[in-house]
Design a protein around this ligand. Structure first.
Ligand code: SF4
Length: 378
């Protein structure tokens, strides 16, 4: 299949791997963070790490939408179901993110610890709007999560609900912003000190970059002197990006380069960006799992569309909640620890019974390592 098979070709992978081995300088260590869970998944699934020389270390980043969702936001959604009696709909992975008291949206639906709630999985924001049209006597809330890739469809849904004059549709908006998370990583004490997380550059997001373009990462190169290479989610994309990063480090360059030029431009999708600007504005701050409270790092719904803002329509304030004591998700999302450093990895915490958010989605570092790499550790 075009753009799939050619980017998974084993012989080509070996050639790029040989190129990387030829390019790395002996005695030098290279530490690259793949920001996106999609890259983490590709690296684990296709064994990319096994093709890399010993002196390249890949660090998993925080770019997995459900991984960075803090417990308090899932609690907020559950309160909407249980206290406000709404139909709450969201994407599949979100249903399994652990909340307080051993709950999740899935368990709330099943009635664990209480009567059952009306929680539904949707495949698109169009499904959420259709649900509201189908149940005019019920309030329908779409729990909107994710980075810049999933934000435009939420904007479309809100505009559509406004055009239809729907009075029973609203959005719990938890959309977050990639560049702010990268600043959070670069400003973290572990990276600034350069000891626990030495960081030489980023494999930059694929899908997010199709929307925002490559320009928003230029601060990494200009202000922090860290190279960024935007890469697609296929294994050869990732390997080529790693080679480009190695060459930048060798040349003492810090630039934003674009390996994923078949889909990403410098300016991105201007129409989608305008749509997002029309409907959303910046929150002053937002709590991320692992990264803490980051300024200007998430979106809220503009006053013009306030009637579609679930946080305004219902009284469900956000209450921060600490992670499970045994869970190392926060450290993993900052690149400080690896999944196998967590004492309950693959024992109490598995994809079937996730204790932390990094075990929920296939893009989560713990789930990817559990599925493709855990036997390497034994
Ligand atoms: S194994 Fe589970 S509990 Fe441990 S860090 Fe990963 S998701 Fe969190």
């Amino acid at each position: 299949m075009k753009y799939i098979d050619e980017f998974r070709d084993g012989e080509l992978a070996q050639k790029i791997a040989a190129g990387i081995r030829a390019d790395v300088q002996p005695g030098r260590q290279y530490h690259f963070m793949e920001f996106c869970g999609g890259h983490t998944h590709a690296i684990s699934r296709y064994g990319v790490s096994d093709l890399l020389p010993e002196n390249i270390r890949m660090i998993h980043g925080p770019g997995c939408p459900v991984c960075v969702l803090p417990i308090g936001r899932v609690d907020q959604a559950i309160r909407l179901v249980r206290e406000a009696g709404v139909i709450l709909c969201t994407y599949g992975d979100c249903l399994r993110v652990p909340a307080s008291g051993g709950l999740s949206l899935m368990k709330a639906k099943a009635g664990v610890g209480n009567s059952g709630g009306d929680v539904r999985m949707v495949y698109s924001t169009a499904d959420a709007v259709a649900l509201a049209q189908k149940h005019p006597d019920r309030q329908v809330v779409f729990f909107a999560i994710g980075f810049e890739t999933t934000t435009p469809p939420t904007a479309v849904a809100i505009r559509q609900a406004a055009a239809l004059g729907l009075k029973n549709f609203s959005v719990l908006c938890c959309h977050v912003l990639t560049p702010a998370a990268m600043i959070g990583i670069l400003e973290s004490p572990e990276v600034r000190a350069g000891q626990s997380v030495p960081l030489d550059g980023f494999v930059g997001p694929a899908h997010v970059s199709t929307i925002i373009g490559s320009r928003p990462y230029e601060f990494c190169a200009d202000d922090y002197k860290k190279p960024v290479v935007i890469a697609g989610f296929e294994p050869l994309d990732v390997m080529q990006a790693i080679r480009m990063l190695v060459r930048q480090v060798n040349d003492a360059r810090a630039e934003v380069e674009n390996e994923f030029s078949r889909a990403v431009s410098r300016d991105g999708n201007l129409k989608a960006q305008q749509l997002v600007r029309d409907v959303f504005t910046l929150r002053d701050s937002f709590e991320w799992r692992g990264l803490g409270v980051l300024p200007d790092s998430a979106l809220r719904i503009r006053e013009q569309f306030a009637e579609f803002d679930a946080e305004k329509r219902f009284s469900v304030d956000y209450v921060p909640v600490p992670d499970h004591k045994a869970c190392e998700c926060a450290a993993i999302l900052r690149g400080v620890k690896r999944p196998q450093d967590c004492k309950i990895f693959a024992t109490a915490c598995t994809p079937e019974n996730p204790v932390g958010s990094c075990m929920v989605s296939s893009e989560g570092a713990c789930a990817a390592h559990y599925t493709y790499g855990r036997y390497k550790d034994v």
